[in-house]
Design a protein around this ligand. Structure first.
Ligand SMILES: [Zn+2]
Length: 60
């Protein structure tokens, strides 16, 4: 079952949900209850960017 990545535009809550292809996409935020959730399409594994650098690898 594929895992989808969702984000709430209201409270910026990030979450993932395992859903089958036939399942309807989630629209309601489980945290704040607002219908502000949109699916995040990412080709890379989930990685939270933004504040803070915690990449310590020096290899390329
Ligand atoms: Zn929310």
């Amino acid at each position: 079952m594929p895992t989808y990545h969702y984000r709430c535009k209201n409270c910026n809550y990030d979450f993932t949900e395992q859903q089958s292809f036939s399942d309807a996409p989630i629209t309601v935020c489980p945290q704040c209850g607002e219908e502000q959730v949109h699916k995040v399409y990412s080709a890379v594994p989930i990685e939270f960017k933004g504040s803070g650098f915690y990449r310590t690898d020096k290899s390329k």
